[in-house]
Ligand binder design. Structure first.
Ligand SMILES: Cc1cc2nc3c(=O)[nH]c(=O)nc-3n(C[C@H](O)[C@H](O)[C@H](O)COP(=O)(O)OP(=O)(O)OC[C@H]3O[C@@H](n4cnc5c(N)ncnc54)[C@H](O)[C@@H]3O)c2cc1C
Ligand code: FES
Length: 281
């Protein structure tokens, strides 16, 4: 397997062993990998790019947010939802299997300034990077009062809510079908949180949820940072396969999720174009 290290960029690509694999809900898997370099370097909001097989099919790596690190053990965790071929291969992998993993990649969340409480809004599998962020915000050096909102379709999709709520000072779980927690969309429960005021808000989840969160934050004049998902090719800024529309500045109409993101200031993203299903071109 190919292996390289770019220590100046703090990025590694190397054979990495899966050391723990637990199905935490139907279709959801917690994967822990042994990689002291990524465990030491990863910051909340960054992702790893995993080659799920050593054969040609599927050819492209798959991106996953880092959900947490264990620096003492030299490992990091990923929370994965099975959606297609690549994630199915990972879902069937046994502990001890080696994968070529590149990371940590992308720009993580900039930690908030000292003023105000922090709101975290997670939708579905978007909880993964926010668990890492909430944990970091409870470290003594970075401590902030954190209010977490986590919405998903059903109880099963509210996966790892205990890990998320345990890292927040206040927590609100919401399901669309009302199977657990409050019933509705996570964005239905955001207005009272914004009315209470906050220093800033971070969100990760489906694009339409992020668009609504961005709009509410803009109206409330609260800074908002979103972690965006997009299908990826190279993962390192070379192929332009992952761009999203942004409000034009000069001739620049797109930014790369892998290199310029995945975390963006919500106000620069062109949510209207995303709502219209605008594809880069
Ligand atoms: C920065 C980033 C972080 C991510 N973090 C996580 C995470 O922590 N946990 C997790 O489970 N998933 C995460 N994803 C999504 C994950 O990468 C995709 O679900 C995965 O690549 C799908 O691979 P597949 O081969 O199983 O699916 P495919 O067979 O490639 O596709 C199956 C279906 O999923 C859709 N899909 C594929 N890739 C993506 C994508 N990147 N974003 C949205 N839809 C996609 C396809 O359109 C298709 O409908 C992240 C994506 C990005 C860009
Ligand atoms: S995936 Fe190639 S530029 Fe982003």
């Amino acid at each position: 397997m190919v292996s390289f290290v770019d220590e100046t960029a703090g990025m590694y690509a190397q054979p990495t062993q899966l050391i723990r694999h637990e199905q935490v809900a139907p279709g959801y898997h917690l994967l822990e990998f042994d990689c002291p370099q990524i465990a030491a370097a990863a910051r909340p909001g960054q992702f790893v790019h995993i080659r799920v097989t050593s054969s040609w099919e599927p050819l492209l790596r798959r991106p996953f947010s880092v959900m947490g690190t264990n620096k003492e053990e030299g490992s990091f965790q990923v929370l994965m939802r099975t959606v297609g071929e690549g994630t199915q291969i990972l879902a069937e992998a046994q502990s001890g299997t080696e994968f070529n993993i590149m990371g940590p990649l992308g720009n993580g969340f900039a930690l908030p300034g000292p003023e105000g409480e922090v709101i975290l809004v997670a939708g579905g599998i978007g909880v993964a990077p926010l668990i890492f962020l909430a944990t970091a915000l409870h470290e003594p050096n970075n401590y902030r009062y954190v209010r977490g909102l986590f919405g998903a379709r059903t109880e099963d999709d509210l996966c790892c809510w205990l890990e998320f709520s345990g890292a927040c000072d206040e927590f609100n779980g919401i399901t669309e079908d009302g199977s657990v927690g409050e019933q509705g969309l996570v964005t239905d429960f955001l207005p009272p949180q914004l009315e209470r005021g906050a220093g800033c808000l971070y969100a990760c989840g489906p694009a339409l949820m992020l668009a609504e969160v961005a709009k509410q934050c803009q109206d409330a004049e609260i800074p908002c940072y979103v972690s965006v998902e997009q299908q990826m090719g190279c993962g390192v800024g070379a192929c332009l396969g992952c761009v999203i529309p942004i409000h034009a500045s000069g001739t620049q109409r797109y930014q790369r999720v892998c290199k310029d993101g995945p975390v963006f200031d919500a106000q620069i993203v062109d949510w209207e174009a995303i709502r219209r299903g605008c594809t880069p071109g």
